[in-house]
Design a protein around this ligand. Structure first.
Ligand code: FA5
Length: 351
């Protein structure tokens, strides 16, 4: 191959190589292979001295021209790649205002909040005022004022979380997490005269094992009505009206005898089981009874009214304490109370 042919071949390969180089690293490799100290074109220029003068002149001119052209082509290719990279980064970071926005997750109320609001709204419509009380309570209000002295077997009905008050409240029998909202009956009557018509929502705590219908923390709503001529018929009518508003007219509601030391007579109220309608002996919701208990109630014990200084010939009253979680279970068909406090979004998003 003549020296001129060799230069032509170098040119062809160099131009193809440059066109294929797609980043700075490939450009540098190309520069070193063609124009570098031991590059192909540099080799040709270096060998010029060995040629005859005629040939040296012709080849020298061609090789030097090529060197100039390739150096310019290298710079042009480098610019071209920079432009391409810039365009790509601008496109990638661009804001496309025609795209639909990302959906915002809407917050929603917890099913127990929804249920509690519905319960309170129902009683507000019947003229009850909503009142709140302390979660940390004295034995004196949680038990003593409700006719449950220290040695009374009824204390077993409410397994208690006792608090260490460092002896400060021993005179009041010690401190505890209230086991029910009933202490607010005594607190309210102490400072108010009849007529009384209040609803008291609040958290209560019980030292007991959990299952499908029992939690160690539960919410109750207490009702207290004291006025002239209040009778068992008022209790029944109020609670029946409430049940109809909460569960609809087709739900069956049962009232049966029960015992609480602070009412006489005492009753409990249950609603027919949505899970099995009484057909499954091992139903976790009703344990085969066909009924889910939602509240205890009764006529306020006259001894309590007397202790509050009320004229018992003139005033009578009724009280009730209902479980908010149980009512939510019935309203939404939730067959395990523990779902309410697990914060599982798959459960909560259903409401
Ligand atoms: C009481 O707590 C009484 N203070 C109710 C009362 C008030 C009676 C006024 C008379 C007059 P009881 O322990 O049965 O009673 O609880 C009342 C309701 O709270 C139950 O019907 C049930 O719906 C709910 N409840 C009780 N324990 C739990 C628990 N561990 N988990 C979830 N709900 C519960």
């Amino acid at each position: 191959m003549s020296a001129v042919d060799a230069v032509r071949e170098i040119e062809e390969q160099a131009r193809a190589g440059l066109a294929a180089a797609s980043d700075e690293r490939a450009l540098e490799a190309w520069r070193s292979a063609v124009l570098g100290r031991s590059g192909s074109l540099t080799g040709v220029l270096r060998s010029l001295g060995e040629l005859a003068p005629e040939e040296r002149r012709a080849l020298g001119a061609a090789a030097n021209r090529l060197k100039g052209e390739l150096e310019a082509a290298l710079e042009a290719r480098r610019d071209e790649l920079k432009q391409t990279a810039l365009r790509a980064s601008v496109t990638a970071g661009a804001l496309d205002v025609t795209l639909p926005g990302r959906p915002l997750h809407r917050g929603r109320y917890h099913p127990l909040t929804l249920t509690l609001r519905e319960i309170l709204a129902t009683f507000e419509r019947m003229g009850f005022a909503t009142i709140e009380g302390p979660e940390i309570e004295h034995d004196a209000y949680n038990f003593e004022a409700l006719r449950i002295p220290a040695d009374h077997p009824a204390r077993d009905m409410w397994d208690t979380f006792w608090l260490d008050s460092g002896g400060e409240w021993e005179g009041a029998g010690g401190l505890l997490l209230r086991t029910h909202t009933s202490p607010m009956q005594a607190r309210y009557m102490e400072t108010h005269e009849p007529p009384i018509r209040i609803a008291v929502p609040g958290r209560c705590y019980r030292y007991e094992a959990t299952d499908a219908t029992h939690e160690w923390m539960l919410q109750q709503v207490e009702l207290l009505v004291v006025d002239e001529g209040v009778s068992m018929a008022d209790l029944k009518g109020t609670l029946q009206e409430f049940a109809r508003a909460m569960f609809g007219p087709e739900r069956r509601v049962m009232m049966r005898n029960s015992y609480f030391p602070f009412v006489e007579p005492g009753v409990e109220i249950a609603v027919d089981c949505f899970a099995c309608a009484g057909t499954n002996p091992s139903c976790p919701v009703c344990r085969g009874s066909g009924w889910l208990e939602i509240m205890g109630a009764g006529m306020v014990h006259p001894e309590i009214l007397e202790r509050m200084g009320y004229e018992t010939e003139r005033y009578t009253g009724f009280a009730a304490g209902m479980g908010v979680e149980r009512i939510a279970m019935l309203r939404y068909g939730v067959d395990d109370i523990r779902n309410f406090y697990q914060n599982d979004l798959r459960f909560l998003r259903q409401f």
